[in-house]
Ligand binder design. Structure first.
Ligand SMILES: [Mn+2]
Length: 310
């Protein structure tokens, strides 16, 4: 189900009496004018935690997009790129596959306008919907080299009977294979303790490049340069459970160790500034487990950085 954006889409304080340059994000975000040629970014919420439920995780991520928007609207605007809000894809009656399909259609239609889709999850099942939207848009142009970069404590390559929040990147790998296309998967921030040997084997089988959490703190530069140089388009998926649990408690599976927010920000900034970013999503934010909106503020800060850099 598609739910239109609120009017206005975002809210926040108004400081423009001090200066016309004292703008915050809520003052530049507008509804999404479907069908027009656009520049800038289009927000889409993915209100779904069915994948988390199926993965036996803690539900609540369906309320993530609203909680992130609440903090995002308050943040200062420095760039001049327009921001639109296309509203939410809402998963109803456990129809995860239907919600992914709806998201895919939304992402493909945003890409057709020339704008950048930025999706606020929702469980990490959001990623398969985003990917379907990208590949639908690219069509036969899929041969243009697409890199899938996932910043995540988990490989999300589980082989389960039904799609969950733990399966999206294996689903992508299979979809790419069926389409005769490459699947170039880079997973950054992986916890050796939170992924079985079987999952690392799957990663090796599909030719994934894996950078563990402890490596991301010191060694991502070379890998990021290689990704940016070698690929024409980059899809960036940020699972917020890649962050250290104390900084990001508001996820289904908080990380005991995690990747510092500064390292995640650098990855976002490097990829967004490459101008090769084709779509981005932010997954797993679950406001039920937040402390004083700390996690929502950090999630919003990451989204803000991406919007400013792209
Ligand atoms: Mn994940």
């Amino acid at each position: 189900m598609l739910r239109p954006p609120a009017h206005p889409p975002l809210t926040g304080p108004d400081d423009t009496a001090e200066s016309p340059a004292a703008l915050r994000l809520h003052q530049v975000a507008t509804g999404y004018p479907a069908g027009k040629q656009l520049v800038g970014a289009v927000l889409v919420g993915f209100c779904c935690d069915e994948g988390v439920l199926r993965n036996h995780g803690r539900p609540g991520a369906a309320a993530g997009p609203g909680a992130i928007r609440e903090q995002l609207g308050r943040l200062a605007v420095h760039g001049r790129s327009p921001i639109y809000d296309a509203g939410d894809v809402v998963c109803t009656e456990g129809d995860l596959e239907g919600a992914q399909q709806e998201l895919a259609e939304a992402v493909a239609s945003i890409l057709a306008t020339g704008a950048l889709p930025v999706i606020l999850g929702g469980g990490h099942e959001v990623a398969f919907g985003t990917y379907l939207g990208i590949t639908t848009h690219l069509g036969t142009g899929l041969q243009e080299r697409l890199a899938v970069v996932n910043v995540d404590a988990h490989l999300d390559l589980r082989d389960q009977p039904r799609p969950t929040s733990g399966t999206p990147f294996l689903q992508m790998s299979r979809a790419a294979k069926a389409a005769g296309a490459e699947f170039n998967y880079f997973c950054l921030g992986v916890s050796r303790a939170a992924n079985t040997a079987a999952l690392f084997e799957t990663a090796a089988q599909i030719g994934a490049t894996v950078l563990e959490d402890i490596e991301v703190q010191s060694e991502p530069e070379e890998l990021l340069s290689r990704i940016v140089d070698d690929f024409d388009r980059i899809y960036l998926s940020i699972d917020l459970d890649s962050l250290p649990g104390p900084a990001m408690p508001a996820v289904s599976a908080p990380a005991a160790f995690g990747v510092p927010a500064s390292a995640v920000l650098k990855i976002i900034d490097r990829i967004a500034r490459s101008k090769k970013l084709v779509a981005a999503d932010f997954a797993e934010f679950n406001p039920l487990f937040d402390h004083d909106n700390q996690g929502a503020r950090l999630a919003a800060r990451l989204v803000h950085s991406l919007l400013e850099a792209s």
